[in-house]
Design a protein around this ligand. Structure first.
Ligand code: CA
Length: 248
């Protein structure tokens, strides 16, 4: 992080990275008309230069840029700014591209063409969550895993597991109800937004990557690990089971 002044919370700053003239202009105009401080640029290089040092609250990132692949831009931005909201804009409708975008560090995606209304609703939902300060909670121990929501840390045998913000929130939400079935709708509401509408593929992708990161951490620890299991309940949601909560 640099020494620039913190973002002005009265006007959230959004960087639009889009090489299509019509879409770029539409987004810049629409965001400004709705109270955001929006800057529109057209290349990945400009995005990497412009978005450093906490200068923006959110980046709307086209994946098909003329110079650098948008996925690489997302990965780079995420590496430098863990708290930056990154929403990818893609004409690619293949699931694989959306999954790749989320795995590269994007928080959300919109498939073109999308309406400005939907974009604004998503931005409001994401950005509102970011300014909420959660009440302090004591760390929760689940088998060998400790989840500290106040410090936003998750450790296994004392070793920190690096989780992306939504992965952490998903795990923390399940951990608040160990042994209980938690509906997909509840998870979408608590982790993403209370008025979530639209696809819930984001939940599946985030869950898959959370499971992978936990398994990798257990593998890497080099010692026996008792990890809570995240059980899929078809047509309903998920249940987090620990050795303590499982009756099997
Ligand atoms: Ca493009």
């Amino acid at each position: 992080m640099g020494t620039s002044t913190p973002p002005d919370r009265s006007r959230l700053r959004v960087l639009v990275v889009e090489d299509d003239e019509t879409i770029g202009r539409h987004l810049e105009t629409g965001l400004r008309g709705n109270g955001y401080a929006a800057i529109w640029i057209r290349t990945g290089v400009a995005a990497l230069t412009e978005a450093g040092a906490g200068a923006y609250d959110a980046v709307l990132l086209d994946l098909g840029l003329p110079d650098i692949d948008g996925l690489d831009v997302a990965r780079d931005l995420r590496g430098r700014s863990p708290d930056l909201l990154i929403v990818i804009l893609t004409a690619r409708t293949d699931d694989i591209d959306i999954i790749a975008g989320l795995e590269a560090g994007a928080d959300d995606y919109l498939v073109k063409p999308f309406s400005l209304t939907v974009l604004l609703a998503r931005l409001r939902a994401h950005l509102r969550r970011r300014v909420v300060t959660p009440a302090e909670q004591p760390p929760v121990r689940l088998d060998d895993l400790v989840i500290d929501t106040t410090a936003r840390r998750c450790t296994l045998h004392g070793e920190e597991i690096t989780l992306r913000p939504k992965e952490f929130e998903l795990l923390a939400t399940l951990a608040r109800h160990p042994g209980a079935a938690v509906a997909r709708e509840t998870l979408m509401a608590e982790v993403w937004d209370e008025n979530w509408f639209g696809p819930t593929k984001t939940l599946d992708v985030t869950m898959a990557s959370l499971r992978r990161r936990l398994a990798q951490a257990a593998d890497a620890s080099g010692r026996p690990c008792r990890l809570p299991r995240i059980v899929t309940l078809r047509g309903h949601g998920y249940r987090l089971e620990t050795d303590a909560s499982s009756t099997a």
